[in-house]
Structure formats: C-alpha cells, structure tokens
Design a protein around this ligand. Structure first.
Ligand code: PMV
Length: 325
C-alpha cells in the first residue's frame, strides 16, 4: 500500500456522472445465463463530486447525499454500507491506504429501487470521481467490476447487466460472464417509462424467483429459454431497424415475466393504459413487482399521449427516451 502525498490546497473538484438504464428484454432470465438487452437512459443521472478538504486530517472523508438525508463522516457508516464499500474498493483498486481529506457529494435524479439502475449509477459516478481525485482515474473495466461488487450488496446474485450498461453508457446485448456485445440500432425508437411509485428491492423478486426455480427447475428453465429466444429476436429486429416488431416481443416477454410472478396489478394497470393509448407493446423493466414499466411508442410524436395516459392511470413519474438518437 502506498500513501499518496498531494498538496491539499492545489486540489480541484472532481466530478463524474452516470446515466440510468432500462432493460428492454431479458431481465431475470439473464441471472440464469440467458441474454438480455439494456440501454442507458440519459435523461436521469447520478452525479458525484469529490473536493479536497484542506482543513481535514488525512484519511478524513465526509459524505453528503441529500436524496437519502445523509451527511456524515464515511467511517460512521457500517463497513458494508454500499457507499463506504465503494470508496474502500476504489482505494483497494489503487493500492492507496489513506486518501487526502475530502468531501464526497452525491446527487441523483434516478428514482431509487425502481429498476432504473440508481445503485449502479451512484457506484460508478463515485468510483470515477474518487479515482480521478486520487490522481488515477480507473478504466471502464475496473469501474464496472467495482460497481458489480457493490451490486452484490443490493441484490445478492446480480447478473452484472446494470453495472455494464451504465459504465459503457450505450445499448448492450449482455450474457452473464461473457464479453459485452454492442448492439447496432438500425433505426431509432421511442420508449415511454412509467413509474408505479412502488419501491421494489430487486433482491426480493430475485430471491423469490430463485426459490421457485429450485422447487420446479424444469418449468422455470423453459420460461427462461423462451425469454432468451425473444431477446435474440429483439436483437435482430433492433439491428435491422424493424422497430415495430419490438412491441409484440415486449408483450410476450411480459407474459413470461408475469408467469415468473414478478409483475404486479399496478404494473399491469400501467401497461394496459399504455396499450390503450396506442403503445405497440409494454412490459415491466428491471426487478419488477413495483418500479417501472416501459412501453414502445409507434413514433416519437405519440410518446406524449402515452405519458399522459400513464399518469392518468397512476404513474407517479414518466420519462421518454429515444434509443439510437
Ligand atoms: O436492478 P434492476 O431492478 O434493474 O434489476 C436487474 C435485473 C434483474 O435481471 C432482475 C437482476 C439482475 O441482476 O440481472
């Protein structure tokens, strides 16, 4: 371990940010080795700023995160607190034992525990800002690996899709344990995102599904296979620019997710409202049970109508994102 000696007064602030994400196809099945497709959502972001604190003692790090009412010395958090672990993993990755005194400020517009990747985005912004502050910005691969370790704290057996799509901030075709593949977007398409407002920790849905899979492996393997085939078909449609085909594929993926028991009446209400307002297809996105659903707009101009229908049906928040713009 080395101790980095830096003139504190001369240290500027280091800022990094990372987008949210949605899973277009393949959530849950991706935990069991099937492919999934995810895209960044740049309209929402997590941001981290690290500033030297010339009056502090070496190793002193204060952390502020207004969205979760946090303003405390880092070492007052439990050792397994995701933010403390993120800082520690960054120090370990750089073999730094003590950092210069500093203040770490985190802010985010990504709704928490709703399937938009807020946890991974915060980790990634913190690793980038903090490693830059220490003078050695970590490469994407290391950033993603640290965020993956932190994801384990949130949901035990993460597939790695969230940290991957958010680190690289571009559409990905993801298979657990394999090198990431980029997806070429043949023609842009518009997705409306509706938030049920019901926080849904991914760990619970993933854990329940694991138990169900253990009880009836053949049944669930068949569901996961079917999702895998849909994801492959979706990739072909996206790359060929046949975007309208994605609607029915989303609906079929949703039927399979409901069979896995990760949907909810509120999610189904929003999907019904989106389809009635002209969406070509809809599904939940992420861990399910609560959180967000997504709907495919027939063209960018109809997204507003679908957004309003979602709000009428109880969505607390809607977002519109065009993939491949
Ligand atoms: O973090 P979320 O809620 O977007 O869920 C991630 C997707 C899952 O497939 C449910 C879990 C995983 O690790 O891939």
């Amino acid at each position: 371990m080395t101790k980095i000696l830096v003139k504190k007064e001369t240290m500027p602030a280091f800022t990094a940010s990372a987008p949210g994400k949605i899973i277009l196809f393949g959530e849950h099945a991706v935990v069991y080795g099937r492919p999934a497709i995810a895209v960044p959502v740049t309209q929402v972001r997590a941001r981290a700023v690290v500033k030297a604190n010339p009056r502090g003692r070496s190793g002193e790090l204060r952390i502020q995160a207004a969205e979760i009412d946090l303003d405390a010395p880092l070492d007052s958090l439990s050792k397994q607190h995701p933010l403390r672990r993120t800082v520690q993993e960054t120090l370990n990755a750089l073999s730094v034992s003590i950092a210069p005194a500093c203040m770490l400020r985190i802010s985010s517009t990504i709704p928490i525990a709703s399937g938009l990747g807020s946890g991974a985005a915060v980790s990634i912004a913190v690793v980038r800002a903090f490693s830059a502050f220490l003078g050695y910005p970590l490469p994407d691969e290391r950033v993603s690996a640290i965020a993956y370790e932190i994801e384990k704290l949130y949901h035990g057996t993460p597939s790695g899709i969230d940290n991957t799509v958010i680190t690289y901030a571009r559409p990905v075709f993801f298979v657990r344990g394999q090198p990431i593949e980029r997806i070429k977007i043949g023609a842009p398409f518009t997705i409306v995102i509706g938030d049920t407002g019901i926080p849904s920790p991914t760990a619970a849905a993933v854990g329940d599904l694991r138990q169900a899979w253990q009880a009836s492996p053949r049944h669930y393997e068949r569901l996961f296979d079917a999702v895998g085939h849909l994801t492959l078909a979706a990739r072909r449609a996206i790359e060929a620019g046949r975007t309208r085909e994605l609607g029915p594929l989303m609906d079929e993926n949703q039927t399979l997710l409901a069979e896995m028991d990760v949907s909810s009446p509120q999610l189904e209400d929003l999907m019904r409202a989106a389809r009635a307002a002209g969406a070509l297809g809809a599904k939940l996105s992420g861990g399910g049970r609560g959180g967000n659903m997504i709907a495919l707009a027939p063209e960018a101009g109809s997204a507003e109508k679908i957004s309003l229908a979602l709000q009428d049906a109880g969505a607390v928040h809607t977002l519109v994102t065009t993939v491949g713009e």
